[in-house]
Design a binder for this molecule. Structure first.
Ligand code: SF4
Length: 671
């Protein structure tokens, strides 16, 4: 299977059996007292499953490099004592026959505390603070810090380092005119701006034996105005190779870029064409990254000559056994990363420990060993939405005999409907995974079936995962024929008119607005994505950004909410801005501080910040939240049947797939 992906490759002195690199990802464990034990187990499990080359999350090159001095003891590498701690990780990975590089990082102005440092003093859109300009002496000191950090990484047993030169961090800040307008040797022109990066590489190469791998994370497209020009990127790549870099791992976009690079709306492998262009100018291996999440896509990229290797980070949170399953022809059983960011990147940006929406065991491997249950039980699960599916899967994996009852004709619940929302098509992968797991684990699936309580009394334990129902709006006149709930609208959006008001602007309301504003021309292809967001595929403009194309919505939309909060402020950090931007481009009208008065045949009567209006719309879609749907507990209790309620059926407040799957899997583990 996947002959190109499983072809050996040599990186420096390392010979790898496959061309998959686990990309760097900060997990939050790096900052914790017991974090290194957990990281060792986390990486070793992935190595055991066939990964040949891993890059750690970024470790700071000095005490201030990550802007988190309170975590510096664990998340930086500046002393031999700290290096000794890393041996847990390197020895665990090497014991599995795999290799590991440590990423060396300085965030520069992406420092959320003090504003950080950068080549020139400039405000960061990420931290909203101005950075302090580095003096020449400070720059020299930081270069020394990089070299010291790499030496300590070698002492700790790493096979090499990856120098983070992309994503808008300090090295990238030196490279781009946006953040470097110095006139001294560290700026002035492309040669001056690249001096910092090259001095770091040269310093590390000179201090290291030749068998120590140096990978450089190079930004192919900054996707910010006044970013690097493509000609400068090519020239830098040539110089990096000449300076002793063994591998170029590509990256795309700064954290403050207003073009999505890793979210679900980004087509798979959307930027691999840029890696292919880079391959023309260097002879060392080039790695493609961003939105590569299946072995089919990865193999295809290598087959087409887009890259020598592929980097995947989040897919290894979603499924530690990705490599083994792909190689052994079991790709249908891969738990695919759906690029939701909900349990990984969104948590990083709020300084929480990372996990994964589709695999809540991720980063908890030490406390969550994969063990069989001591006694086999008969388990009934009522409801095949995300919570029920996750519970059934985990319980069956542990050896229990599981019957999954679902009153409708298919699995997935609201998750099934949500895959219709533009940009959420990846949800189909999770349903495919669960379908496969039901078969693989021998779970008895009873669709279109509501068991009677008598039948349930035959089980040792019953799990109630009956989900949620839409909450009614409570607006006078809500029984008018114009009004539909979000489930009805998701099932049959084509029956809605051209003028639609959406009541409720939480995640459900935004989903609905995206569905109703969708145009046929937005076909999910890479060219359509580039037009929509303004990616300069000709590489003529700095940062590869151009003016995005506007595409009109086929409907006039009003998105409304009662609260005073800014619209969409409760959407997730890494994807909320994408959804707000998309709807603004479609000219959707968004209003907060709305008082709903009543609904009649003329439309929706309301007050917007005190001003009385009537929106004469064809339909009003109610996205006012959800209520727990639990018709079971009282009946099960009355018959003394042991049961547990999970997911939205337990608590509908802010229920989402991440919590539903986590609750389901955790219960499955305890049964
Ligand atoms: Fe992928 Fe979502 Fe899991 Fe993150 S939380 S690894 S994006 S599936």
């Amino acid at each position: 299977m996947y002959p190109h992906l499983f072809q050996p490759i040599t990186i420096g002195h390392l010979t790898l059996k496959n061309r998959i690199l686990m990309g760097s990802m900060h997990t939050g464990l790096e900052d914790q007292v017991q974090g290194f034990e957990k990281l060792a187990v986390f990486y070793a499990e992935r190595a055991r499953e066939g990964l040949q080359l891993i890059v750690t999350g970024g470790f700071g090159v000095n005490e201030y490099a990550l802007g988190m001095p309170e975590h510096a003891e664990f998340s930086t590498l500046c002393t031999p004592e700290q290096a000794a701690r890393h041996r847990l990780i390197t020895e665990a990975v090497h014991a599995e026959g795999s290799h590991i590089l440590m990423q060396v990082l300085h965030v520069g102005r992406y420092d959320h505390g003090s504003g950080g440092v950068s080549p020139s003093s400039v405000e960061s859109k990420l931290s909203n603070r101005s950075s302090r300009e580095l003096s020449s002496a400070q720059i020299e000191q930081i270069i020394d810090d990089y070299v010291r950090c790499a030496c300590l990484a070698r002492d700790a047993g790493y096979d090499g380092v990856e120098i983070m030169g992309g994503e808008g961090y300090l090295i990238n800040q030196f490279l781009a005119p946006l953040t470097n307008f110095r006139e001294d040797q560290w700026g002035g022109n492309a040669e001056g701006r690249s001096r910092f990066a090259l001095r770091i590489v040269q310093g590390i190469r000179a201090a290291m034996p030749s068998d120590f791998v140096i990978s450089f994370r190079l930004s192919l497209m900054d996707l910010v105005e006044h970013g690097s020009h493509w000609n400068e990127v090519q020239e830098l790549a040539r110089k990096l190779e000449a300076s002793g870099v063994d591998l170029i791992n590509t990256s795309v976009g700064w954290h403050e870029a207003r073009i999505p690079t890793v979210a679900m709306v980004v087509p798979r492998a959307a930027f691999s064409w840029a890696a292919q262009q880079l391959k023309q100018v260097v002879s060392i291996p080039v790695v493609a990254s961003n939105r590569i999440n299946t072995p089919e896509v990865a193999d295809d990229l290598i087959a087409q000559g887009h890259a020598d290797m592929v980097a995947m980070a989040r897919p290894f949170l979603a499924d530690p056994a990705f490599v083994r399953k792909a190689q052994s022809g079991q790709s249908a059983s891969i738990n695919t990363c759906i690029a939701c960011n909900q349990a990984c990147l969104d948590r990083i940006f709020t300084r929480q420990q990372v996990s994964c929406l589709v695999n809540p065991r991720a980063c908890r491997e030490l406390e969550w060993p994969q063990e069989k249950a001591p006694t086999v039980k008969k388990i009934a699960v009522l409801g095949a939405g995300p919570a029920g599916l996750a519970c059934a899967r985990e319980a069956a994996e542990r050896g229990h005999s599981v019957t999954l009852f679902e009153p409708s004709i298919r699995i997935g619940g609201q998750f099934f409907l949500a895959q219709k929302i533009p940009g959420k098509e990846e949800l189909a992968e999770t349903l495919r995974y669960f379908e496969n797991e039901i078969q693989r684990l021998g779970i008895e699936l009873r669709l279109n079936t509501t068991p009677d309580v008598q039948a349930l009394s035959q089980f040792d334990h019953v799990v109630v995962a009956s989900g949620v129902v839409p909450r009614r709006s409570g607006i006078e006149g809500e029984n008018n024929a114009k009004v539909v709930d979000y489930i009805e609208a998701l099932r049959s959006p084509r029956f809605l008119g051209e003028r639609v008001a959406i009541v409720g602007a939480g995640p459900l309301g935004f989903d609905m607005a995206e569905l109703l504003a969708h145009c046929k021309s937005e076909d999910g292809s890479i060219p359509a994505f580039e037009r929509e967001w303004g990616v300069d595929e000709m590489r003529e403009l700095r940062g590869s950004v151009k003016t995005p194309q506007k595409s009109d919505s086929p409907r006039q939309l009003w998105l409304l909410q009662r609260s005073k909060q800014p619209m969409g402020s409760n959407l997730p950090t890494t994807t909320g801005w994408i959804r707000r931007t998309r709807l603004k481009k479609k000219s959707a009208r968004m209003f907060n501080e709305v008082d709903y008065v009543h609904i009649d045949d003329n439309g929706l009567h309301l007050r917007i910040r005190g001003e009385q209006r009537c929106l004469s719309v064809d339909n009003i879609v109610v996205c006012a939240g959800q209520e727990a749907h639990n018709p079971w507990s009282a009946r099960l209790q009355a018959h003394n049947i042991a049961h547990t309620v999970i997911g939205g059926a337990r608590d509908a407040h802010k229920i989402d797939a991440a919590r539903a799957i986590k609750e389901g899997a955790e219960l499955g583990r305890q049964l």
